[in-house]
Design a protein. Structure first.
Length: 193
């Protein structure tokens, strides 16, 4: 039974990965469950084992995206030896995680309330994590004596603007590029050296 469960979990994760790759590339608003099944070479009933409706399937797929991105980001942070490198790794890896997201996906993500809310919650969690990393760097003396809450709030404000597509509208930068720029600017402002 345990082997069946592990196989089922791997199969389910693989299907979510394939579904995620498809919607990251093309968005999801214009794709029905039949389209998704055809493109993924599975049955509609297989997709309905993942979720009861297209809306739930999309929401679970976007949740899978953020879970996978969080795991990747935290693994990158864990490998960074210094507070400075941890902040850079965090912000750059967030940008990298958003890199495969097409404009169609981002537009659909923002247009659909459940996925927009997921992005907002993940952006808020990311802002809290940046605050933790900056606070640790200030405490370790790696960053100049800045108010970590203010520096993190500054980063969080920009992260929220990136999430709301305001940065893309005013600068032309996509989310991934904006996160890389944010990492560069934040580090210049708090670096002790």
């Amino acid at each position: 039974m345990v082997a069946d469960t592990a196989f089922g979990t791997r199969r389910r994760d693989d299907l979510f990965d394939r579904l995620l790759d498809l919607v990251l590339a093309e968005g999801f608003a214009g794709l029905g469950v039949a389209d998704l099944a055809t493109r993924l070479r599975c049955s509609k009933s297989t997709l309905y084992t993942l979720a009861g409706s297209k809306e739930q399937l999309v929401t679970k797929t976007v949740t899978h995206f953020f879970r996978r991105a969080t795991d990747t980001v935290e693994a990158s942070v864990a490998q960074a030896p210094t507070a400075r490198e941890k902040v850079i790794a965090y912000l750059v890896t967030v940008g990298d995680a958003l890199g495969p997201a097409s404009s169609a996906f981002m537009a659909d993500l923002h247009a659909f309330e459940p996925t927009r809310e997921l992005y907002e919650r993940n952006t808020a969690a990311a802002a809290r994590r940046v605050r933790e990393l900056i606070s640790a760097g200030v405490a370790a003396g790696e960053f100049r004596d800045v108010d970590a809450a203010f520096a993190a709030d500054l980063a969080a404000s920009m992260m929220s603007r990136i999430q709301r597509r305001e940065v893309a509208a005013t600068t032309g930068l996509d989310d991934a590029q904006a996160y890389r720029q944010l990492a560069s600017i934040v580090m210049s402002g708090i670096d002790a050296g």
